[in-house]
Design a protein around this ligand. Sequence first.
Ligand code: NAD
Length: 452
Amino acid sequence: MHNKISDLLASQRSYFKEGNTKDLSLRLEKLKLLKSVIEEHETEICDALFRDFKKPKFESVLSETAFIISELDHIIKNLKSWSRPKKISSSLINFPSSDYIYSEAYGTCLIIAPWNYPFQLAISPLMGAIAAGNTVVLKPSELAPNTSQILADILGKVFPKEMLAVVQGGVSVSESLLAEKWDYVFFTGSVPVGKIVAKAIAPHLTPSTLELGGKNPCIIHKSAKVQLAAKRIVWGKFLNGGQTCIAPDYILIDSSIKKEFIDAVQKEITAAYGANPKNSPDYARIINEKNFDRLAGMLDGEKCPIGGEFEKGQLYIAPTLIDEPSLTSKVMEDEIFGPILPVLSFDTEEKLADIINKYSKPLALYVFSEDKKFSEKILNTYSFGGGAINDVVIQVVNKKLPFGGVGNSGNGAYHGKYSFDTFSHKKSISKRGTWLDVPLRYAPYADKVSLI
Ligand code: NAD
């Protein structure tokens, strides 16, 4: 494996060095081809996602294929203008000069993807890397093997291996890849593995983006429209079987409306998935037994006003609410990453702060409130990757918003132009005129200090 990887890397390096990826028309042609191949194979992609974890077709189209196609359209439309050197106003001190930012591809990039949106989270960074003129090695997740295979098939139809190659495999393959020297590494996955990646690339000072996770609070103020909040939260929490990095992890609700909220959630779960969600075609399964056991373990001894049922044979866990778990319980220890929603109540903003501040900076934070002052205060008090007021998850949809974490939930951001920028080094260039040379900066300085 090691030799194979080294050979692949060497071929990508020479392809890059020869300047092939500098050709904007080639990049555009490949991105357009990628779009048409995805469109052509949409049904197979959705089937693969269904085989991996019974992901409902609607969710696959919404959050994987259509999501990617719309971002591809945006990149294709704007790439020419993003690629041009950007003229900026120059500094008077440098007069005469005109100043520019040149975007320069890093070179050969490694992208490591997770299993939870296995198509979207592999293709989305890759489009940015290719758009910016890099070559790419993609390692999709071994836990979604059907999607991993279709990624390899589709991308193999579009790109020569020197420009983009898919290397499939698990931890050992990932380790072999990380042992190489890359020009950029883009990792999406868990915090512990993010730390392993950061350590592995540190000896080469390789620039990177780390898209990680966290415990995302969802705050419900007493002024909130409770039924609508419940409806939006049920959608965003149980989408993808609760396996969404920006899903609300736990609810923090004003104690005066907690009962009303729990009743509203029950109503919305029944409306979305019927009386028995196990029979719903619209409810995904847990990815594997390891994650199933981890999640089922969180329910031990907890009070579940909704759900709480599970069936290992089907990797099924019902949409579940846990009422007031202790902050030291398993469910409140780490990111849940499954269809379990703890509900904690607060009476004062101090209690709210105590709970939020117990955890590292999350990837997302949500506030449901009709009181704008309250929501603004929350936005300005806590640090988190991104979020929404009166909704959940949907901030990811706008390609003009950067997507990324902060602190423990990651660093760097992407989507749309941010992906192009993430995968290109920004060269600052001053083009000086030679028809005038202001003598101020040159020695002897004498008493020139008073002129600065
Ligand atoms: P993971 O960290 O277990 O795996 C991610 C990738 O890393 C996989 O390709 C895997 O093969 C590889 N990997 C695993 N262990 C490794 C090791 N020891 N050394 C090198 N590579 C290794 O994550 P996951 O279970 O696939 O995904 C779930 C996590 O990802 C959650 O924590 C979630 O919050 C996070 N996530 C974050 C985002 C985001 O955009 N910030 C998006 C999706 C998921």
